[in-house]
Design a protein around this ligand. Structure first.
Ligand code: FAD
Ligand code: FES
Length: 1236
C-alpha cells in the first residue's frame, strides 16, 4: 500500500511510507497538515474521518457554538488547553446531544487547565445541558453541532474499520488484519521478531520505554474482537470493547439477576484513567498491561478476578481459542504468540456482596495508591464458603489476600472474628518499597481500612455513627456564583468584558511559539542532561549519536563563543554575584540533577531525541545527593552570606508579657509550575542578526543571554514573544537558557533551530517553588491576641543561592492579614543538589501564608477556641504598621472579613459542622477562614507602549512591553486605549511584545504587568488624543474615521509612545490587595481522601479594571494553591537525585473534580483604591494564599477524628502537600478502633 489515507476536516491526506512508525497523529496534524490547534495526542488513523478544532469553526468560517460559549463564559485564559476542552465537548455532544450537567462534569476528567480553576469552563460546557442552573444556558441543535463540517466526510469515526492494511513504514511493518486467522498468519510469519499488538495504544502513556518493535498489528479491523453476548449465565465482552463501552454494557445489565455487581464495577470503571483513555483504550489492553507489568495496579484485572471472570485467548500456533481463569492468564499462559479475544463475566449468586474501591491521590485520572475488590457470599452474619479479597498496589506478587480469605471462610462475623481478620490481613501483606509510590505502611493501612469498610457494610445493625465508614465521599454536581459591582465611569475600563483573544484561542487559531510554521532547513535541538545530581564529568562520548542520519551538530560548553551564563538580572533584581552566574551548559561538574551538559541538533525532533539518548557520559566522584534542608544543615551547606535576619518591634520584651506560648514545625514541599505550553525557543538567522521567538515572561533576559552567548551586541537579537501558554513565574528566568542555546546553535549552523522541551524534561530541568521547613514559637494573650512570633526558616534554595530572593519574599509576606507587633525571623538559605529554585506564582505569599495561618490555628487549638475567632482578633486595623514597616492606612481586611463571614454564614455553619461530626465517626468536616495581604509594587525600569492609529480607517494597534500569558493583559490594555480615545474596543488590536518596539521593559510578573501595560497605553493614547485635539475642535461633528483621516491629511504623527516609569516608592502602584476565604472540607478518615465542599472568597480589587478577568485570576490562583497544599507531591530518587514525579502519571495538579463543590466569589464593593491604576488593584497572585485553608480545614477534620477516637486534643503538624497519605497517617489508626 502506498501510504495511510484518511480525511481531516473533510480533506483527504495520504501519509507516505517514509514516516517513522511512532509518528503520532498529533505530530502529523501539527507538523505536516499544519493544523496547530490540536494539542493532544493519539495514534494510527487509516480510513478515519478526523475533525480538528480548525474544522469545527474559525474566524473566517464563523465560530462553533462551543467555541463561542467558552469564550463568552471566560473559560479561556492562556488558551493552551482550550482547543482540547472544546473538542472534548464536541465529541461528547456528538455522543449525547441531550447531555446533563453531571454528565458534563464526569467527562472532563482528562483535561488539565492550569489557568482557570475550571469553574468557568464547566459553566460554559454545562450551559449546553438541559438541567443546568446556568444563566444563558441553551441546548445545542444538531445543525449547529455539525456546523462547518462536510456531512459526508466529517462524521465521527466508529473505530471499526473493515479494511485491511499492510504497510511498511520507514523502520517497521504495520499490519491491520481483519480476522483472527490473519493475525495468526502475521504472527507465524514473524515468529522471531518483536511483535506489538495495538488497539488504543494508550499504554504508551504509562510505560513509555516499552519497544521498539519490528512488527505492529493493529486490532481495530478484527470483527471477532467486538463481540457482545448476554445470556442468563454470563456476559461476554469482546477484547476490543473500549472501557467506555464496558461501562455502558455493565449499566445495561446491572438490574438483571446475578449481575447486580455490575453497578459497583461500572462506578469504579468511571474513575479508571480519563475519558479519552476510556474512549480509546480497550479492556484487553488494560489486562495486557497487567500481564507484561505485574506491578501495575490494574483496576480492571482486580475487579474481574474478584468476580471470577474468565478470558478467552486465541493461539496463533494452534489456531484455536481456549478459556482461562484470570490468575492462570496472568501467571501461566505464554502470551507472546496469543491474542486475547474476550472477557466473560459470570453471574454471581444472590447472596454475594461485591464491592470494589480505588484510593487515589487526586479525585480523578490518577492511578490507585491501593485498590481492592471483595466478593463475599454471606447469609446473615455467616460467610458461606471462601470469600475473595483482591488487592492492587501492594506488590507485583500480591493479588489475593489468601490468608485472610482462608481465615474468613465459613466464619460468623463476630467482633472477635473481625478483629482477627484485620490482623491476619496486616500480617500477610508486605507492600514493596517504591519511592514513586506511597509508603508501605499507608498502603497496608489502606488495605485494612477497606476491609473494615466492607465488613462494616455487612453488619445488619450498626450505630448511626459508624455508618459513615461504609459510604464513599459523595460529590454532587458543582456550582459557582460570582458577585461584583461594575463601575460605569471610565467605560469600557471596569467593564466585565471577555478576553479579547478568547474566540481565536477557542478556535485553536492563537499562535504560540511552537505553532509557528517550520522554516526552510529548520533544525531541532535536544539537551543531554546530567543524570546524577552531584559528580564530576570526566568525559562525554557522542560518537554513536553523531553517526545517526540527520544529526548535524553537537555542542558543548567549549562551543560557546561568549559567556556561558543565562542569569542576567539586568536592572530588574538585585541578584548576588553568585545568583548572577548560571551556566547554560555545565562543563565540568554537575551539582544538580538534569542540568544540560551538551545538546544536539538534527533534521528531525525524533532523531535529535534518539541522539541525546546515545551519548555516554562518564562521571567520577559521584556523591550521594543532598535533597533536604535537614541534610544540608547537618552538612553545614548554608549559604551564610544570604542569611536574612529580621527583627520587628521588641520581641525580647514581648516574650516577657505574654500569657501563653506555642511551638511547632511547618514543612512545605515544592511545586512545578505546570504551564501547559512547555518551554520553547526558536532562533532564525536573518540578514545581519538572529530573529528569536521565545516563550518567556522576561524578554530582556532572553535577549541578554542570546547576545552574550555569541558575543554580539543586543541589537543583533530581534526577539518576539507571541503569547504564553501559561507562565506562573516559571518563564521568568529559565527561558533565557533556551534562547541562548538555540541562538548559539542557529549562529554556528547558520540554520533555524527550534528548542522545544517536552513535559518530562521541563520538570527535570527547570527550577520550581522553594520548599522549606519553619520552626516557630508564638506568644499570645489569654484571648488569643498574638503578640510575638519567632521563626527560623530553612529554605531549600537548590544548588545556587538564587532562592534567597524567595526567602526574602516569604519573610516580607509572612504577616498576611494579621497584626503581630513583634517578630524575630531568621531565614537560612540552604544549598541542596536540586535545581535552583525559581519564582512560582506568589513565591513569598504561599510559604508566608502557610506559616502565619498555621500559627494562628495552633494558638486557637491551645486556647480551645475555633481558629476563626482567634484569627478575627488578630486582623489588621487601619493605621497599623505591617511587617515591612508600611503603615496600612487603607487596610480593608476587617471589612472584607466581616462581610465574607456574614455572606458565608460562618457561625451557623460552624454549628452544623459540629453536629455533623458528632453524628459521623468516619467522615469529618471542618471550616476555616484564611486571609491574604499582598503587597503590590512595581519593579524594574517600567514598561512602554506605542499606540498607532491608522489614519485611513481609524483602526488602532498597540505594541507594549507586557507579555500576554492568560492574565488578560491585552484586554485591559485595549480597555484603557478605548476609553481614552473614545472608540469601541473592537477596533483596537494589541500586538505581541517585541524587543524592538518595547525595549528595556520590566518582566511580566508579580501580578502587576497588566495594570502597568494599561497605564503605559493610556499614556500613549492620551498623547494622541491631545495631538488630535485641534482637529477635533475644528470638526466637532466628525466621526472617528473622519477625524483620523483629517488628522492624517494634516500630517499629524498618529503614533505615540509612552513609557510608564517605575519609580521606587511611587504611590501609584504601592498598595496592598486584601482577600479572605471561607473553606469547608470533608475527609474520609479511613482513607485520607478529602473534598472541598464549599468555598467563599471575598477580594478587594478596588474598582476592578475587569471584574470577569479578575474573578478568573482569583479562581485560577486558588486552585493552583489547592494543588500546592493538597496534591502536587514532588519525589526524588535518594541515590541519584533524579526527580521521580516527572509526568502526569505521578504528578497531580488539580483537575475538574478537585474544585469546590459550591464556589462563591465576591468582589468587595465601594472600595476605590487611591493608589492603584484607575482605582483598581491587581489580582493575579493574592488568592493563592487562601488555599492554605484547604489543608488547615482537612487537618481540623482529622483532629476532630483523633479527639473522637483517642480522646486527644492535639495539633497535627503542618506538612504540605497534605496528601491523602499524610492525612490518613496523621490520625494514627489501628484496628483497635474498628468497632462495629
Ligand atoms: C493516563 C492514563 C491513566 C490510566 N489510569 C488507569 C487506572 O487508574 N487504572 C487502570 O486500571 N488502568 C489505567 N490506565 C490504563 C488504561 O486502562 C489502559 O491504558 C487501556 O485500557 C489500554 O488499552 P489500549 O487499547 O490503549 O491498549 P494498548 O495500549 O493498545 O495495548 C496495551 C497492551 O495490550 C496489548 N494488547 C492490546 N490488545 C490486545 C489483545 N487483544 N490481545 C493481546 N494483547 C493485546 C498490547 O500489545 C500492549 O502490550 C491508564 C492509562 C492512562 C494512559
Ligand atoms: S487556559 Fe487552560 S491552561 Fe491556560
Amino acid at each position: 500500500m502506498s501510504g495511510i489515507r484518511f480525511h481531516v476536516n473533510g480533506k483527504e491526506h495520504i501519509v507516505p511510507q517514509s514516516f517513522h512508525v511512532t509518528t503520532s497523529l498529533n505530530e502529523y496534524l501539527r507538523e505536516s497538515a499544519g493544523l496547530k490547534g490540536t494539542k493532544v495526542m493519539c495514534k494510527e488513523v487509516d480510513g478515519w474521518q478526523i475533525s480538528t478544532i480548525e474544522g469545527i469553526g474559525s474566524q473566517r468560517k464563523g465560530y462553533h457554538p462551543i467555541q463561542e460559549r467558552i469564550a463568552k463564559f471566560n473559560g479561556t485564559q492562556c488558551g493552551y488547553c482550550t482547543p482540547g476542552m472544546v473538542m472534548n465537548m464536541y465529541g461528547l455532544l456528538h455522543q449525547k446531544p441531550n447531555i446533563t450537567a453531571q454528565e458534563v462534569e464526569d467527562n472532563f476528567d482528562g483535561n488539565i487547565c492550569r489557568c482557570t480553576g475550571y469553574r468557568s469552563i464547566l459553566d460554559a460546557m454545562k450551559s449546553f445541558a438541559g438541567n443546568a442552573n446556568i444563566p444563558d444556558s441553551k441546548a445545542i441543535d444538531i445543525e449547529d453541532l455539525n456546523k462547518n463540517l462536510c456531512s459526508k466526510t466529517g462524521e465521527a469515526c466508529t473505530g471499526k474499520c473493515g479494511q485491511g492494511l499492510d504497510l511498511r513504514l520507514n523502520d517497521a511493518h504495520w499490519h491491520r488484519p481483519t480476522s483472527l486467522d490473519q493475525i495468526g498468519e502475521v504472527m507465524k510469519d514473524n515468529k522471531h521478531k518483536k511483535i506489538r499488538l495495538v488497539f488504543g495504544n494508550t499504554s504508551t502513556g504509562i510505560y513509555k520505554d516499552d519497544g521498539p518493535y519490528d512488527v505492529y498489528i493493529d486490532l481495530h479491523g478484527v470483527k471477532e474482537l467486538y463481540s457482545y453476548e448476554v445470556n442468563g449465565k454470563s456476559v461476554r465482552l469482546g477484547a476490543a470493547t473500549t472501557l467506555t463501552q464496558v461501562i455502558e454494557r455493565l449499566k445495561a445489565n446491572h438490574h438483571k439477576p446475578g449481575f447486580k455487581y455490575f453497578s459497583d464495577m461500572s462506578k469504579h470503571l468511571k474513575v479508571v484513567a480519563n475519558v479519552m483513555v476510556r474512549n480509546g483504550g480497550c479492556i484487553a489492553g488494560n489486562l495486557m498491561i497487567k500481564y507484561w507489568h505485574k506491578e501495575f495496579p490494574s483496576d480492571v484485572f482486580l475487579m474481574l478476578e474478584c468476580a471470577g471472570a474468565k478470558v478467552e485467548i486465541f493461539s496463533s500456533t494452534s489456531g484455536k481459542k481456549e478459556t482461562s481463569s484470570m490468575m492462570d492468564f496472568l501467571n501461566k499462559v505464554d502470551m507472546t504468540d496469543r491474542v486475547l479475544t474476550a472477557v466473560i463475566l459470570p453471574c454471581l449468586a444472590d447472596n454475594v456482596v461485591y464491592r470494589s474501591f480505588k484510593i487515589t491521590p487526586r479525585w480523578q485520572n490518577a492511578h490507585a495508591y491501593v485498590n481492592a475488590a471483595f466478593n463475599i457470599p454471606i447469609e446473615g452474619l455467616v460467610i458461606k464458603g471462601r470469600p475473595s479479597v483482591v488487592l492492587g498496589g501492594i506488590s507485583a506478587d500480591t493479588v489475593h489476600a489468601t490468608k485472610t480469605e482462608d481465615f474468613l471462610a465459613n466464619k460468623t462475623l463476630s467482633p472477635a472474628v473481625l478483629k482477627e481478620a484485620y490482623s491476619t490481613l496486616r500480617d500477610e501483606l508486605v507492600p514493596t518499597e517504591n519511592p514513586q509510590e506511597a509508603s508501605p505502611k499507608y498502603r497496608k493501612d489502606l488495605a485494612s481500612g477497606l476491609l473494615y469498610k466492607v465488613l462494616l457494610s455487612l453488619q445488619p445493625s450498626k450505630s448511626s455513627q459508624v455508618r459513615s465508614g461504609v459510604e464513599d465521599l459523595h460529590r454532587p454536581t458543582s456550582s459557582g456564583l460570582q458577585t461584583y459591582q461594575e463601575m460605569t465611569h471610565d467605560f469600557p475600563i471596569h467593564k466585565g468584558l471577555p478576553k479579547k483573544e478568547a474566540a481565536v484561542q477557542a478556535a485553536g487559531e492563537a499562535v504560540f511559539v511552537n505553532d509557528m510554521p517550520k522554516f526552510q532547513n529548520e533544525l531541532y535541538a535536544v539537551f543531554v542532561l546530567a543524570d546524577v545530581a552531584s559528580a564530576t564529568i570526566e568525559s562525554i562520548d557522542a560518537s554513536e549519536a553523531l553517526k545517526l542520519p540527520g544529526v548535524t551538530h553537537f555542542f558543548s560548553a567549549k562551543d560557546i563563543i561568549g559567556e556561558n551564563n543565562y542569569m542576567y538580572g539586568g536592572s530588574l533584581f538585585s541578584l548576588t554575584p553568585h545568583e548572577l552566574k548560571r551556566a547554560i551548559i555545565t562543563e565540568l561538574s554537575s551539582g544538580e540533577y538534569c542540568h544540560p551538559i551538551v545538546f544536539f541538533i538534527s533534521e528531525t525532533q525524533a532523531m535529535a531525541t534518539t541522539a541525546a539518548k546515545l551519548v555516554k557520559v562518564t562521571y567520577s566522584k559521584i556523591r550521594t545527593p543532598v535533597l533536604s534542608v535537614e541534610e544540608s544543615l547537618a552538612k553545614d551547606m548554608e549559604f551564610k552570606d544570604a542569611r536574612i535576619t529580621e527583627v520587628v518591634g521588641s520581641p525580647d520584651e514581648a516574650w516577657k508579657t505574654v500569657d501563653q506560648k506555642v511551638e511547632g514545625t511547618i514543612k512545605m514541599g515544592s511545586q512545578y509550575h505546570f504551564y501547559m505550553e512547555t518551554q520553547v525557543s526558536l532562533a532564525v538567522p536573518s540578514e545581519d542578526s538572529i530573529d528569536v521567538y521565545s516563550s518567556t515572561q522576561n524578554l530582556d533576559a532572553c535577549q541578554d543571554a542570546a547576545a552574550q552567548i555569541i558575543g554580539k551586541p543586543l541589537n543583533f537579537i530581534n526577539i518576539t514573544v507571541p503569547r504564553l501558554g501559561g507562565g506562573f513565574g516559571g518563564k521568568v528566568f529559565e527561558p533565557a537558557m533556551l534562547t541562548a542555546a538555540s541562538s548559539l546553535a542557529a549562529y554556528l549552523s547558520d540554520q533555524p533551530v527550534r528548542l522545544n522541551v517536552d513535559l518530562a524534561s521541563c520538570i527535570r530541568i527547570f527550577g520550581k517553588r522553594q520548599p522549606f521547613v519553619a520552626k516557630y514559637k508564638a506568644g499570645f494573650t489569654q484571648e488569643g491576641d498574638v503578640k510575638v512570633v519567632d521563626v527560623e526558616i530553612l529554605a531549600d534554595s537548590g544548588y545556587t543561592d538564587h532562592g534567597a530572593m524567595f526567602t526574602h519574599d516569604c519573610i516580607n509576606y509572612m504577616d498576611m492579614g494579621y497584626f503581630v507587633p513583634n517578630w524575630n525571623i531568621v531565614g537560612k538559605v540552604m544549598q541542596t543538589n536540586k535545581k535552583s529554585m525559581m519564582p512560582t506564582r506568589a513565591p513569598g505569599t504561599v510559604p508566608g501564608a502557610l506559616i502565619i495561618e498555621s500559627i494562628m490555628e495552633n494558638v486557637a487549638k491551645t486556647l480551645n477556641k475555633h481558629p476563626v475567632f482567634v484569627k478575627e482578633i488578630n486582623l489588621y486595623r487601619k493605621g497599623q504598621k505591617d511587617i515591612m514597616g508600611h503603615t496600612l492606612n487603607n487596610c480593608t481586611i476587617r471589612e472584607v472579613w466581616r462581610r465574607l463571614k456574614d455572606i458565608a454564614e460562618v457561625e451557623g455553619r460552624l454549628r452544623q459542622v459540629e453536629a455533623y461530626n458528632q453524628e459521623n465517626k468516619w467522615k469529618k468536616r471542618a471550616i476555616t477562614m484564611t486571609t491574604s495581604k499582598h503587597h503590590m509594587h512595581h519593579y524594574g525600569p517600567g514598561l512602554g507602549a506605542t499606540v498607532t492609529i491608522y489614519g485611513r480607517d481609524g483602526s488602532v494597534a498597540v505594541t507594549q512591553g507586557g507579555v500576554e500569558m492568560g492574565q488578560g493583559l491585552y484586554t485591559k490594555v485595549a480597555q484603557g486605549v478605548a476609553h481614552v480615545l473614545g472608540v469601541p474596543w473592537e477596533i483596537i488590536k494589541v500586538k505581541p511584545m517585541q524587543g524592538i518596539s518595547s525595549p528595556n521593559s520590566m518582566i511580566s510578573g508579580g501580578s502587576i504587568a497588566s495594570e502597568s501595560a494599561m497605564q503605559a497605553a493610556i499614556g500613549a493614547a492620551q498623547i494622541l488624543k491631545e495631538r488630535m485635539q485641534p482637529i477635533r475642535e475644528k470638526f466637532p461633528d466628525a466621526d472617528w474615521k473622519e477625524l483620523c483621516q483629517r488628522s492624517e491629511a494634516n500630517k499629524l504623527d498618529l503614533s505615540a509612545r509612552f513609557f510608564n516609569r517605575h519609580e521606587l516608592g511611587d504611590p501609584l502602584a504601592n498598595y496592598h490587595t486584601y482577600c479572605a476565604g471561607v473553606i469547608e472540607t470533608e475527609v474520609d478518615i479511613l482513607t485520607g481522601e478529602s473534598q472541598i465542599g464549599r468555598v467563599d472568597i471575598m477580594a478587594d480589587y478596588g474598582e476592578s479594571l475587569n471584574p470577569v478577568i479578575d474573578i478568573g485570576q482569583t479562581e485560577g490562583a486558588f486552585i493552583m494553591g489547592v494543588g500546592c497544599f493538597l496534591t502536587e507531591d514532588t519525589k526524588f530518587d535518594k541515590e541519584t537525585g533524579r526527580i521521580l514525579t516527572d509526568g502526569t502519571w505521578n504528578y497531580k495538579p488539580p483537575t475538574t473534580k478537585d474544585i469546590p463543590i459550591d464556589w462563591r466569589i465576591h468582589l468587595l464593593p465601594d472600595s476605590p483604591n487611591p493608589f492603584g491604576i484607575r482605582s483598581s488593584k491587581a489580582s493575579g497572585e493574592p488568592a493563592i494564599a487562601l488555599a492554605t485553608g484547604a489543608l488547615l480545614a482537612n487537618k481540623q477534620a482529622l483532629e476532630a477524628a483523633r479527639k473522637d477516637l483517642f480522646g486527644v486534643r492535639d495539633f497535627i503538624p503542618v506538612d504540605a502537600p497534605f496528601t491523602p497519605e499524610k492525612a490518613q497517617q496523621s490520625v494514627g489508626l489501628d484496628e483497635s478502633v474498628f468497632a462495629v
